[in-house]
Design a protein around this ligand. Structure first.
Ligand SMILES: C[S@@+](CC[C@H](N)C(=O)[O-])C[C@H]1O[C@@H](n2cnc3c(N)ncnc32)[C@H](O)[C@@H]1O
Length: 259
């Protein structure tokens, strides 16, 4: 009887270890573990949400007014303690290089979450530039505001709270912006195509505006890739990388609007 229990326990432990190992390289298991299991377990154990735990890591480990230390604190926490859906350090370098190349005076981000990519983009903007970031989850918006302020970037960033489809048509009137030089798409993937079309219809894209879309492979945005890759109005290029904090394949699509 004791032997049977020991064998069953060993098999269970081995299966759990195998599952955890596969979450590092298999896209479906990675998402199931990180998004549906691990987060809920830690929520129960800590009594805090994942965004609140990320904010705590920033307050504990980053220096106030130092965006680079805020980015480093979040990356360290999410690599070693708990995965989170920030663009992350690997793809973050690609994001940085595109932002530096465009040097935008007006930028839009769709999907703020905790403000990680907001801080990444805003720290590179030239003086006098504005980044508008859009988030519909009020809890994330509260945390993001605190992280952006902790990085000292609150004057460069305007956070709009609500669904992108409702807010995009209000941007021109609300902020007096004629068009965006740079747009980072990183909200729910089924909104990439409708919101790109909305940006076109609202005249928020000019000849030369650069769109950068995250997660085009994992979880994936096939309709968006189909849209920009088969459209004479866009010149488009894929940048391969990994899903944040994993070895799972993911990448960014950079698309220049040709007018
Ligand atoms: C992948 S996370 C953003 C990560 C963030 N860009 C970063 O790299 O740090 C996606 C976020 O988009 C928000 N979101 C999804 N669909 C949205 C929509 N239609 N309008 C506004 N926010 C949306 C979600 O609530 C979530 O916080």
């Amino acid at each position: 009887m004791l032997w049977t229990i020991l064998v069953v326990l060993s098999v269970v432990v081995l299966l759990v270890l195998l599952f955890l190992r596969l979450t590092k390289s298999n896209r479906f298991l990675a998402l199931i573990w990180n998004v549906y299991i691990h987060e809920r377990l830690l929520d129960l154990m800590t009594g805090l949400s994942r965004p609140q735990r990320i904010l705590k890591a920033v307050q504990k480990n980053a220096k106030k007014g130092d965006p680079q230390s805020v980015i480093a604190a979040i990356d360290h926490y999410c690599r070693h303690k708990e995965w989170a859906m920030n663009v992350g350090d690997d793809k973050g370098l690609i994001l940085d290089s595109v932002v530096m190349e465009v040097n935008p005076s007006s930028a839009l981000e769709l999907g703020t979450y905790c403000g990680y990519s907001t801080v990444r983009i805003a720290r590179l903007l030239p003086a006098g530039s504005t980044l508008i970031t859009v988030e519909f989850n009020p809890h994330c918006a509260v945390i993001a505001r605190q992280i952006i302020a902790y990085a000292g970037l609150q004057d460069k960033v305007k956070l709009m709270e609500g669904p992108s489809g409702d807010l995009i048509p209000k941007i021109k009137e609300q902020f007096g912006i004629t068009s965006f030089d740079f747009v980072f798409l990183d909200h729910w993937k089924d909104r990439y195509v409708p919101d790109t079309k909305l940006l076109e219809e609202c005249g928020l894209l000019r000849k030369g505006s650069v769109l950068l879309a995250d997660n085009v492979i994992c979880p994936g945005a096939p309709e968006y890739l189909e849209y920009v890759r088969n459209n004479p109005r866009y010149e488009t290029r894929y940048f391969p990388s990994n899903l944040e904090y994993t070895k799972v394949e993911d990448g960014l699509e950079k698309s220049v609007f040709l007018g």
